[in-house]
Design a protein around this ligand. Structure first.
Ligand code: DX5
Ligand code: ZN
Length: 219
């Protein structure tokens, strides 16, 4: 399966967002990871519909929206309207993860579930037939720039085994603390998409992207 890079704009310079997104898109990146935080499910607040909507008209990348929001069902429709292609809700944040996934699917976006490091991978099993992507969090959600939690390697492999066992085809995306140094190991465990915030936006974006695309393969 083709591997991809999904830069997270959480680490971008918001005064130069348009310019930085052009660099990424021109380098051949296909996915853009958008972290929506509500200050309740996670301590921090990031951005929401207006920002996503305004960049939608300037980019053809696949908008991969990661909702770190309590009762995310309330915002699924608005996020789709703002331009989301993939919508991920946290398994820990939904009243009914299955209902939320069906709601996303019904609107024509790719349904995804995100799982925090403290939640057992096994909890995902019953929802896997209804989704197209899982985000395995490799840091506690809420902030960029945290170190990768080492036990995530086994969790990614566990999910990849479950996918095989069930004969399913969803993508496994890994989010948090991803750098050129650990990217290869993460992909070897079974990941398909690597989210990278600090590793892309810290320093020279073009050369960071080039280094990461060497590992995932060119788009
Ligand atoms: C954290 C977010 C991540 C974050 C990753 O809660 O979900 O997407 O932006 O940032 P880095 O790559 O800096 O760990
Ligand atoms: Zn994220």
């Amino acid at each position: 399966m083709k591997k991809h890079l999904a830069p997270s704009i959480l680490a971008a310079d918001f005064t130069r967002l348009g310019e930085q997104l052009k660099i990424i898109e021109n380098a051949g990146v296909k996915y853009l990871h958008l972290d929506v935080m509500d200050g309740v499910f996670v301590p921090s607040i990031s951005f929401g519909m207006p920002v996503i909507k305004s960049i939608r008209s300037h980019s053809k990348m696949i908008f991969d929206v990661h909702m770190m929001v309590t009762e995310p069902e309330r915002y699924i429709g608005d996020l789709k309207k703002a331009g989301a292609d993939i919508i991920a809700v946290h398994i820990e944040a939904c009243r009914s993860p299955k209902k939320a996934l069906l709601q996303i699917d019904g609107l024509g976006a790719k349904p995804a579930l995100a799982i925090s490091p403290g939640t057992a991978i096994e909890e995902l099993r019953e929802y896997l037939p209804y989704l197209g992507q899982v985000i395995v969090m490799s840091v506690n959600p809420g902030f960029g720039g945290q170190p990768f939690i080492e036990s995530s390697y086994d969790r990614i492999a566990e999910l990849a085994d479950m996918r095989k066992e069930l004969g399913l085809e969803f993508d496994i995306e890994v989010d948090g603390g991803v750098y050129a140094e650990n990217a290869e190991h993460i992909l070897d465990c079974g990941a398909d998409i690597l989210v990278a915030g600090s590793a892309v936006f810290g320093g020279d974006i073009r050369s960071n992207i080039d280094g990461l695309l060497e590992i995932t393969g060119r788009e």
